[in-house]
Design a protein around this ligand. Structure first.
Ligand code: HEC
Length: 151
């Protein structure tokens, strides 16, 4: 009995440790009226780097779900989400940042992944730890690129 209890305590301690380590990696950001007005890095992003994140399957993989005319050199464009052409005319930068960080804050129940969020997962072991898909820098690069998509 005490052995089992000891085991459970050890697992709990591990989970708390993992959560703390993970939380440190995330830059904190302030949500204002459902948007994130300030750059996560304190710097403007690089649109050319952001363009690459959009079609890199290990990073944004945005083209799995979105069509972007500017990326017509890339082979596959999905239709699960709306085309991103002209998206800078529809949304301001602060809302686009919120959308990339955590799309569910903008579209309740959307299937679009949250690219800079690691809470809300149950952590079992270190190797299954949920890391954000993009770094703060990559989020800013994507936002900077999206801001170039005007009709
Ligand atoms: C699994 C599919 C999927 C992936 C991957 C995905 N999205 Fe989305 N995205 C959606 C869907 C679906 C919507 C529409 C919201 C809704 O109705 O749920 C959306 C909406 C958007 C919008 C708002 C478009 C508009 O006109 O209102 C932007 C901007 C956007 N996504 C950017 C991105 C970027 C940038 C990436 C990659 C970093 C990405 N998405 C990855 C599915 C996806």
């Amino acid at each position: 009995m005490s052995l089992i209890r000891g085991g459970v305590a050890a697992v709990c301690a591990l989970m708390i440790g993992a959560a703390a380590a993970n939380a440190e990696e995330l830059v904190s950001y302030e949500i204002v009226d459902g948007t994130i007005p300030a750059s996560l890095t304190g710097q403007p992003g690089d649109p050319a780097a952001g363009r690459k994140v959009l079609f890199d399957r290990k990073l944004g993989n945005c083209l799995a779900c979105h069509m972007v005319s500017d990326l017509e050199d890339q082979p596959f464009h999905g239709e699960v989400g709306p085309p991103l052409d002209g998206v800078a005319d529809r949304w301001d930068e602060a809302t686009l940042r919120m959308l990339i960080v955590n799309a569910k804050q903008v579209y309740d129940g959307t299937i679009m992944p949250s690219f800079y969020k690691n809470s809300g997962f149950v952590r079992i072991a270190k190797q299954f730890e949920a890391k954000p898909i993009l770094t703060a820098q990559q989020v800013e690069d994507v936002v900077a690129y999206l801001m170039t998509l005007k009709d």
